[in-house]
Design a binder for this molecule. Structure first.
Ligand code: ARG
Ligand code: ZN
Length: 427
């Protein structure tokens, strides 16, 4: 290693040890679109070829589909050389990720100080909040509405309580359930924000009274609170939970830790990798808690929806291998198209509907495949906005400005309602 690489490594390690903020100054995001199968192969092999785990904010699954790749400054020449050698064109989507993060922080800080000044802090649905504020909000909803109950899945590794709401009127026959979660991946902030906004829409509109007499809707707004807080205070691009350290690295990718085809595809065995699957299936408490409630209700949960970002995709199992589908895939697909149509009707946003592995990439041990494996009928992962392929991206990926929380919620909500109605029809 050169002295410069050594220094960068030392500063990085020291930073990690002392818990300082991780900086992304000089990191760029390149958008690369493979134009033929040779280029596609070269793009797919980028990390392997250069011996470095570049963070693919967004993967490409086929020719003509763009990938968004974050690249540290000191690796840029090497990457550009590789792309050029393989005839891959690249467009710079973000010039400086660090600057983008600081801009986002400034906006958030000005909000925090202004809300601290007010004696009775009110909850702004269209803003990004701390985990404690998210929990305070759902608690207040449970206190306000008699048919909403606050429950807990259990504690995270760092001891945060993973709370959720059960929404629905009491009934003397067993009710079917729509189960929604968000925040499995820490940096995908739009997901918990959307889950919370969906709660608001459900409880404040009397139109849904009869729906809530027929079915229960469970919403877990933030499955990974430790990761979320870490992404707020120390590393904006944090994806995993915060267990560990193992070999000096923290975190397991919770969406690789579930007990179905664990470790089969799209995972890493390296604890320092972003897609580390954990030491064994369900090694992580957050995944254990989620699996436990899904298991306990697998006969009554008729739909499971997990909110992620980004890409504007509505995807269904199986995600562990390409062209591998459950026997009722036609029904999953049909309902997905109906939900996508409902989303489209709001602001014209077109979600791509497809199988997880075909549409994105094969990855096993995810919560969607697990839910399907225990017999839950309608299982969907929503990759919320933005998408990299249209102008809505504006250089943002996970750092989707708060101005977009409202439109995202407003279009996602009818998609969720479509699935809720399918649950109602199974009664
Ligand atoms: N972006 C999600 C992830 O990488 C997608 C998961 C889709 N589901 C699947 N079983 N592969 O975790
Ligand atoms: Zn995700």
């Amino acid at each position: 290693k050169s002295w410069r690489q050594c220094l960068i490594f030392l500063v990085f390690t020291l930073n990690e040890c002392l818990g300082f903020e991780k900086y992304y100054d000089g990191h760029v995001v390149l958008q690369v679109i493979p134009k033929n199968s040779l280029q596609f192969e070269a793009l797919r092999k980028l990390n392997e070829a250069l011996g470095f785990e570049f963070d693919f904010w967004k993967h490409s699954n086929r020719v003509d589909k763009p990938a968004d790749i974050m690249i540290p400054e000191e690796k840029l020449d090497e990457v550009q050389g590789y792309l050029k050698k393989n005839n891959l064109d690249a467009k710079t989507k973000v010039i400086d990720v660090g600057r983008l993060i600081r801009k986002e922080e400034e906006i958030l800080e000005s909000h925090e100080s202004s809300s601290r000044l007010r004696s009775m802090p009110s909850f702004n649905l269209y803003d990004y909040h701390t985990y404690d504020d998210q929990m305070a909000y759902i608690k207040s909803i449970a206190q306000q509405y008699s048919y909403v109950h606050l429950e807990s899945l259990g504690k995270s590794v760092e001891g945060r309580d993973i709370q959720y709401l059960k929404i629905g009127y009491p009934s003397n026959r067993p009710k079917n359930i729509l189960f929604i979660d968000a925040g499995i991946h820490a940096r995908e902030w739009i997901a918990p924000a959307t889950a919370i906004c969906i709660i608001d829409r459900l409880v404040t509109n009397p139109d849904y009274t009869s729906l809530l007499y027929d079915i229960d809707i469970y919403v877990v707004p933030n499955v990974n609170p430790d990761g979320y807080e870490y992404s707020r205070t120390s590393d904006r691009m944090w994806r995993k939970n915060r267990s560990g350290p193992r070999q000096g690295c923290y975190g397991v990718d919770l969406n690789r830790n579930f007990a179905f085809k664990w470790g089969y595809s799209g995972v890493s065995r390296d604890p320092c990798s972003e897609t580390y699957a954990g030491s064994s299936a369900l090694s992580e408490v957050e995944a254990q808690h989620l699996a436990k409630i899904l298991d306990a209700n697998n006969n009554t949960i008729k739909a499971y929806v997990t909110l992620h970002s980004y890409g504007e995709d509505l995807i269904y199992p199986w995600g562990y291998a390409i062209r591998t589908y459950p026997s009722d895939v036609a029904e999953l697909k049909k309902l997905a198209h109906e939900a996508a149509e409902a989303i489209h009707a709001v602001n014209g946003t077109r979600y791509s509907v497809g199988n997880s592995a075909d549409e994105l990439y094969p990855a096993s041990g995810a919560s969607d495949d697990y839910s399907k494996s225990i017999g839950i009928k309608f299982v969907y992962t929503f990759e919320l906005s933005p998408t990299s392929s249209d102008d809505n991206f504006y250089g943002y990926g996970f750092q989707f400005p708060k101005e977009f929380i409202q439109p995202t919620c407003e279009e996602t909500f009818p998609g969720i309602l479509t699935i809720a109605k399918a649950v109602q029809d199974t009664n």
